[in-house]
Design a protein. Structure first.
Lengths: 293, 168
């Protein structure tokens, strides 16, 4: 088993424990050993916290990275926001002057950032350490015929020089992961749009989500697959608001990829917390009768 | 600091020095106004007020009054990082914008959402504070309760630091 330190962040463990359950269940089947970190805090969030004070933001993030360095392990994240914060920190602290500024802060708590633990998003961890073929082999009920519109969100891919995940103009990782569970990935016309959560203006994200959901709808996708809990919140709660505002009902359930994988690996629908979603991925139910071997 | 003659733009160097103190705040100096940041900017697509090229131009001139007021247009940025991706000069317009937001925060002009996140973080070390209902939900999935964050370390790390945010 390959071992990696798990950075759970805030949103998934507190708001979406079913996602954490799915991560733990699926990674075990893919022979990744999760090492829980002691004493992690918020990453901290790359939007509001960073907008208040970049040096404090870097210092808290560097402390989180130190916890993985102490164990001599790479760290993996399950949220695009945490990935952005920790990857940017890893990148920025390669600059000696910035690293010194942050290490002055860390010295107050007897810590020092060294830059020895790499940051990986769970999607790339699975791509690079497990491989699509092994994901496919772990599936007991392939989701054949299920059309999954892909939502990358922003921070998994950009800035690509720092994130080093995939091409931001023609990414493949989520498409291949969706294919590995037997489903059909769909790239809709507005696939590159942002969820808008970080914008402090209501009008912009409303219009953006409306346009994004319309092109998902044009493709007759069964659901919108994603890997970020912030995007998920926007498209679940947020979709109610959009439906009212525009008097259009797209009814596109958002699903976090690892819940989809858990389902394909045989975890029953009712164990995956879908009942808590505003828009439930009922299209999955037709696969429940499929042989679970 | 307004110019006596309204037609003459005076570069405000004090503003630019303050911005340069912020991490990656000085990168706008490399901007040659090509506009590559504009084409794929989702905020520009949906808002007439937001244009990253114009924001970089205002930074070059040091037009503090147009950038750092109440209800600044900077908060319309969606933080999507596409401009960072597109810029041929590695200006990272989004990082310059976030540095400007740090200056807004220093002036007490951060939006309530940002203040709230930082306040929650300062009390719990999280952006979603722990509570018994969360742990009950977690137990349903066989997950242990959330562990407390060592707040003594967090507070020491964030203790008021004179060297940051000043105009040195």
């Amino acid at each position: 088993m390959k071992r990696f330190a798990f950075f759970p962040g805030c949103l998934i463990p507190a708001r979406h424990p079913a996602m954490e359950f799915a991560i733990r269940t699926t990674l075990e089947k893919l022979e990744i050993e999760i090492v829980d970190l002691e004493g992690t805090s918020c990453c901290p969030d790359p939007i509001y916290f960073k907008s208040k004070d970049k040096v404090s933001w870097l210092s808290v993030a560097a402390r989180n990275l130190c916890l993985a360095e102490d164990l001599g392990l790479d760290i993996f994240t399950n949220c695009s926001g945490c990935t952005a914060t920790l990857s940017e920190t890893y990148h920025l602290l390669q600059d000696e002057e910035i690293r010194d500024r942050v290490n002055e802060r860390l010295a107050r708590i007897g810590r020092e950032y060294r830059g020895t633990s790499r940051v990986r998003h769970i999607a790339t961890l699975v791509r690079d350490e497990v491989g699509y073929e092994a994901v496919k082999n772990s599936v007991v009920r392939p989701l054949e015929g299920l059309k999954v519109a892909i939502h990358y969100g922003c921070h998994l891919l950009k800035p690509s020089r720092i994130m080093q995940v995939d091409s931001p103009d023609d990414p493949q990782v989520l498409e291949r992961l969706v294919e590995a569970i037997g489903a059909t990935p769909v790239r809709h016309a507005n696939w590159y749009l942002c969820c808008g959560k970080a914008c402090q203006n209501e009008d912009i994200p409303n219009k953006m989500m409306h346009d994004l959901l319309s092109t998902v709808n044009d493709e007759h996708a069964d659901l919108l697959g994603m890997i970020c809990p912030t995007c998920f919140g926007q498209f679940d709660h947020g979709q109610m608001k959009i439906a009212k505002l525009y008097e259009e009902d797209f009814s596109t359930p958002p699903v976090y990829y690892f819940q989809l994988l858990a389902f394909a690996q045989g975890v029953p629908y009712e164990n995956l917390g879908f009942e808590r979603q505003r828009f439930k991925p009922v299209a999955l139910k037709k696969f429940e009768g499929a042989a679970v071997g | 600091m307004s110019a006596d003659q309204p037609d003459v733009v005076r570069v405000d160097f004090a503003f630019k020095r303050e911005l340069a103190q912020k991490i990656e705040g000085n990168l706008a100096n490399y901007c040659y106004q090509c506009g590559a940041c504009v084409g794929d900017c989702p905020a520009t697509r949906y808002s007439v007020a937001f244009n990253p090229r114009e924001i970089m131009l205002k930074v070059l001139y040091g037009l503090e009054d147009e950038l750092l007021g109440e209800h600044s247009v900077l908060w319309e940025c969606t933080n999507c990082y596409t401009c960072h991706e597109r810029c041929p000069q590695e200006v990272k317009p989004v990082e310059v914008i976030i540095s400007l937001k740090n200056m807004l925060a220093d002036r007490g002009l951060a939006p309530t959402a940002a203040d709230k996140v930082v306040r929650t973080f300062m009390t719990s070390g999280r952006t979603v504070p722990d509570n018994p209902a969360i742990d009950k939900q977690r137990a349903k999935y066989g997950l242990p309760p959330l562990k407390p964050v060592p707040m003594d370390e967090i507070r020491a790390l964030l203790g008021v630091d004179e060297e940051e945010g000043g105009d040195s």
